[in-house]
Design a protein around this ligand. Structure first.
Ligand SMILES: Cc1cc2nc3c(=O)[nH]c(=O)nc-3n(C[C@H](O)[C@H](O)[C@H](O)COP(=O)(O)OP(=O)(O)OC[C@H]3O[C@@H](n4cnc5c(N)ncnc54)[C@H](O)[C@@H]3O)c2cc1C
Length: 484
């Protein structure tokens, strides 16, 4: 075995960040991912907020890595051409007790190294966010928003450009030690040998650790459900609006958050559930979200809702404890070479790159890391037509008439952009792969207009059989049987 083989299990934000960071060095990196694309787990189902780091316990890894992540995120997004907007964030107080909590939050944030936190009164709250209720609040100027799909895609594509390999539809089912090396087996029976296994399997990371011989971790799934509101509402909610923190709940409270695409999301709830993969949105929680959103934003109109989704927090804290336990990021003393990343819940997206650097440091303690000549730092993504000026759009159409044909009307996505998405370097041809790259199907009609056109392109131009077309991974086929 080449002693520099590294297996990363999972291609979420953490696995992709680790792959990107390690691809700076002379290492053979293979990422094994059970889904057909990156960001198929928690990383594609969150609030997409680049947190400042004031919510986390001083001295914890969560606090340290979040603050570092926040401070480096803008530069990283510039390198990788990922949407990023430093919006700032407001936490709203409804009574004196909330104000008291916010004073303590500022103190905690300052201990963590957060910058610019301050209390505001009703008047200033009104200046920032005219439609929002409350008696005052706290401002965090360093909070930002990003696009978690494009972030993961960019990290992964950049790692690929720098020599890392990605294997999709590769579910890890067994890990054993043989002659000093790990043998990692996937569902299809393929085996990979490696000196290091980096467990970035999100909600399944306790099971991956167990497969590798380390028992004792247990993750508790805690679901967060969301509403998605139509594009344009980011004009009314230009920054994340959260309630003042409440102790003991499994999340940060139901909040209103603009997305970089111009929508607003409402959520997430926090509910411990028995299954790790139950992504349903439930009537009860949806009603609760509506009530909490109305309390924060009295003018909110439910006719703006265009969709919903849910994400699952991989919690180390059991339901009876609630709140947060710190990230586990360590090489297992009883299983040298196995690096476990467990309980990477919020703020894991924000902290992903500092987490990756921590993994690199751990590997560097056992293996001499030699920097690769010619590492490519920058990554560029295909152009987004609707973001261009009219002159730029006209120029593009002249160069390539496919930019003149709109496939997704709601989001103004052109045929050329759909083609760019289909021709992604990972060969992911699922509808979700196209959706997250080109942002088609995400508008008010939920794909009513563009889905059939995208399907036609896949069938006629890429010779994909209708029954092979999936929404996500296998099991989510769009068609079955014969159609006249
Ligand atoms: C509701 C919610 C809101 C959040 N909001 C924020 C926020 O605003 N800001 C923030 O910073 N963080 C937020 N987070 C946290 C953040 O989303 C996560 O910390 C981060 O996405 C975790 O990434 P990951 O790579 O560890 O997990 P994942 O993205 O789940 O990646 C793990 C990958 O491993 C794969 N996998 C699992 N088992 C196997 C196997 N056996 N073989 C191969 N592959 C396997 C999965 O398919 C998956 O793709 C939020 C999380 C939730 C749930």
């Amino acid at each position: 075995m080449d002693r520099r083989n590294i297996i990363i299990v999972g291609a979420g934000a953490i696995g992709c960040a680790v792959a990107r960071e390690l691809s700076r060095y002379e290492l053979n990196i293979t990422v094994l991912e059970k889904e057909c694309d990156v960001a198929g787990g928690i990383s594609g189902r969150n609030s997409a907020v680049v947190h400042a780091g004031f919510n986390n316990r001083p001295g914890s890894l969560m606090a340290k890595l979040c603050v570092e992540g926040n401070q480096g995120f803008e530069g990283l997004c510039k390198e990788l051409d990922v949407p990023y907007r430093k919006t700032g964030k407001v936490l709203v107080a409804f009574d004196e007790r909330d104000l008291q909590t916010l004073r303590a939050t500022i103190e905690q944030g300052e201990r963590n190294g957060c910058r610019g936190l301050r209390l505001i009164g009703r008047q200033e709250l009104n200046d920032f966010l005219p439609g929002i209720g409350g008696i005052g609040g706290m401002v965090s100027p360093e909070t930002a928003i990003t696009d978690p799909f494009l972030y993961c895609i960019a990290l992964a594509e950049n790692a690929l450009e720098n020599g890392a390999q990605f294997r999709f539809n590769a579910c890890v089912t067994d890990i054993r030690k043989q002659e000093g090396a790990f043998v990692v087996r996937t569902e299809s029976g393929e085996e990979f040998r490696a000196e290091h296994v980096i467990n970035c399997a999100g909600m399944n990371s306790d099971r991956i650790a167990e497969m590798a011989g380390v028992s004792g971790y247990r993750l508790y799934p805690c679901r967060g459900e969301y509403f998605i509101l139509d594009r344009g509402l980011d004009q009314q909610i230009p920054m994340p609006v959260y309630p003042a923190p409440r102790a003991g709940i499994g999340g940060l409270g139901v909040h209103l958050t603009p997305t970089t695409a111009g929508n607003v999301i409402i959520g997430p709830s926090a509910e411990y559930i028995p299954q790790t993969d139950d992504l349903s949105c439930t009537r009860e929680v949806m009603d609760q979200l509506l009530a909490e959103a109305k309390a924060l934003w009295p003018a909110f109109d439910r006719k703006e809702i265009i969709g919903n989704y849910a994400g699952i927090r991989p919690k180390l804290a059991p339901p009876e404890e609630g709140g947060y336990r710190d990230f586990v990021i360590r090489e297992e003393p009883d299983q040298p070479g196995l690096i476990d990343l467990i309980g990477i819940e919020s703020p894991g997206l924000t902290a992903s790159m500092p987490i990756a650097r921590m993994v690199r440091e751990i590997i560097g303690q056992r293996t001499e890391l030699k920097e690769k000549a010619g590492f490519t730092v920058e990554h560029r993504r295909p152009v987004r037509f609707r973001d261009l000026s009219e002159e730029e759009q006209a120029k593009l159409i002249e160069q390539d008439p496919e930019y003149g044909e709109i496939i997704c009307r709601c989001q103004k996505v052109t045929k050329r952009e759909i083609r760019n998405a289909i021709e992604n370097p990972f060969g992911a041809k699922s509808i979700s792969a196209i959706k997250y790259r080109a942002w088609a199907t995400t508008g008010r009609c939920n794909g009513g207009y563009c889905l059939t056109r995208i399907v036609d392109m896949l069938i006629n131009e890429y010779h994909v059989k209708p029954e092979e077309i999936t929404y996500r991974s296998s099991g989510s086929e769009l068609f079955s049987g014969e159609v006249k």
